[in-house]
Design a protein around this ligand. Structure first.
Ligand code: AMP
Ligand code: MG
Length: 347
């Protein structure tokens, strides 16, 4: 068969999908329908591709779901549920928003505060929310850090009722919502009988099943120093592959780079010694939340955290010194030209 390898480069990760044209089902050798949608939402470019009889319907439903979640969750949309919660200090959350609040607060606890859904006032102060970047005044930043106290979010899981105990608090699901969205698309695919599909939401990839020829999907992990190259290729089935990196959103002032992943203790961009963190997991929501969290933690804490939770995810860590580390669960499926050190589970 004439194999066509398409390489799609979207900020974050490059993903390579073999056989995008005229794919055949491995069982029947019958041509499979495919449908691809390209969407701009959640401030990023997204691609959704489904293969199978109901591919068109599945891709369309996925597109609708993305817009629905964007309208609910995006802080940048003035009348979104989260924007209203931030304005009023209280709201009844929808099922989606309540799920993300629950996951975010659980992660906040599990990561010792490295993941903090209440970080939005700090994001605003740096101008990351408007793209009018500035280095905040120290005293004001300290006040914003105090406002970002996730223990002051009163949340009732059953009703979705949410209330901030301090005036001016604001939440932000920017570190977790894309992973939830890709997980939701996998469910839509499954409901439509799709057995092979892939989404890339601004470079965060999640796949259903394998490629149509039965081989694993190949996801290239971006080189933070160069948009056009990658640090390695990962082969996956039924996984999310989500990367957080200081290179994804930043500004430079007086020769210093300030990026968008914040250390909640200081209010400054996390300088943890890591340049990028990729999480590989069955669960897109968890993968997204953890990519942000492990980036903030830095190498030593990230390694320990993985060791304690190695049944839930694997990770690829690139340090500022260009040292590449890979957790042992994915060593056979990750291929790189760089020297890499395998992180093994501690007893
Ligand atoms: P990601 O690319 O998944 O790492 O998400 C980065 C986004 O998460 C930022 O643009 C902020 O919206 C938000 N964010 C930044 N720092 C944190 C943090 N420490 N905890 C949770 N969310 C954060
Ligand atoms: Mg994240």
């Amino acid at each position: 068969m004439n194999r066509l390898i398409t390489v799609i480069i979207i900020a974050g990760i490059t993903f390579c999908c073999g056989c995008r044209e005229n794919p055949k089902s491995k069982d029947t050798d019958v041509e499979l329908k495919s449908s691809t949608k390209e969407i701009f939402a959640m401030d990023t470019y997204m691609t959704v591709t489904a293969y199978g009889e109901n591919a068109d319907k599945a891709a369309e439903q996925a597109e609708n779901r993305i817009h629905e979640l964007d309208a609910e969750l995006s802080t940048g949309i003035e009348d979104s549920l989260i924007a209203v919660l931030n304005k009023k200090g209280s709201a009844e959350l929808t099922k989606d928003a309540a799920y993300l609040m629950k996951c975010s607060l659980e992660l906040w606890k599990k990561t010792d505060g490295a993941f903090n859904p209440a970080i939005y006032p700090v994001m605003e102060e740096w101008g990351f929310t408007t793209k009018e970047y500035k280095i905040p005044d120290n005293d004001i930043l300290r006040q914003k850090v105090q406002l970002s106290d996730a223990s002051k979010i009163k949340f009732d899981e059953n009703s979705g009722r949410t209330e901030f105990e301090i005036d001016g608090m604001k939440v932000d699901f920017g570190g977790i919502a894309k992973g939830y969205t890709s997980s939701e698309i996998m469910h839509i695919f499954e409901e439509n009988g799709i057995t092979s599909g892939i989404v890339s939401l601004g470079g965060n990839v999640q796949v259903l099943g394998s490629k149509t020829d039965g081989s694993p999907w190949r996801v290239a992990i971006q080189n933070p120093n160069d948009d056009d190259s990658y640090i390695g290729i990962l082969e996956i089935k039924d996984k999310a592959v989500i990367t957080s990196g200081s290179y994804e959103r930043y500004f430079i002032e007086d020769g210093k780079t300030y990026h968008h992943i914040i250390n909640p203790d200081t209010g400054y961009p996390a300088e943890s010694g890591l340049k990028s963190v990729t999480i590989v997991s069955d669960d897109g929501t968890l993968a997204d939340g953890l990519s942000t969290s492990l980036f903030v933690m830095g190498f030593d804490k990230a390694k320990l955290f993985w060791s304690d939770n190695s049944d839930k995810f694997d990770a690829i860590l690139l340090t500022d010194e260009e040292k590449l580390y890979v957790t042992e669960g994915i060593t056979d499926s990750f291929d790189s030209d760089m020297d890499m050190t395998i992180i093994e589970k501690e007893d």
